[in-house]
Structure formats: C-alpha cells, structure tokens
Design a protein around this ligand. Sequence first.
Ligand SMILES: [Cu+2]
Length: 100
Amino acid sequence: MRAGWLAALLALPGLAAAATHIVTIEGMQFQPAVRTVKSGDTVVWRNKDLVPHTATAAGKFDSKSMAPGGQWSWTAKAKGRQDYACTFHPTMKGSIVVRD
Ligand SMILES: [Cu+2]
C-alpha cells in the first residue's frame, strides 16, 4: 500500500523533476562555467578556493560573500539565461541556463 502511494507521488512531474546541480568554485573559476538546469531545480555553488567569492547576477540573485569552504544555493524559477559574475573578481563569469 505504501509503495503504491510512493509510485503515485513520483508520477507527478513537478515533484519528480527537481534536481540539485553543483557549481564548484576553484582556481578563480566557476566550474562548469555554463550549467543548464530545469525550472524548480536548485543550484549549489561551493567555494573551494582560499579566498571569498560571490555568484551575482544583478537583479536576479546574489550569494553575497561565500567564505572559503562555504556554499550558497539558489532555486531556479524563471526560464532563460542568467549570466553572473563574482563581484570581487569581475573576470570570473558563469551562466545558468534555465529550461522548462
Ligand atoms: Cu571571486
């Protein structure tokens, strides 16, 4: 009976689809630089460098300062391409592409 209920839950596309995607910050780079996700997915940035960084898309999202070893997560909603950068190191750039 419990298994049947779970199967029904997993059949709902909105619940089954959400995933978590990691963007690693290492060597003064976002890796991967371009990450494609679905609406509703969560993106987690992990700072493996020895200096603080941010993941900032003006007007869209802003991690604020991520300490070395720190992380920050953001849930994608609106479709489209979000170009972002580190406010401390403007040459560090990345993009999140949000699909349906
Ligand atoms: Cu930085």
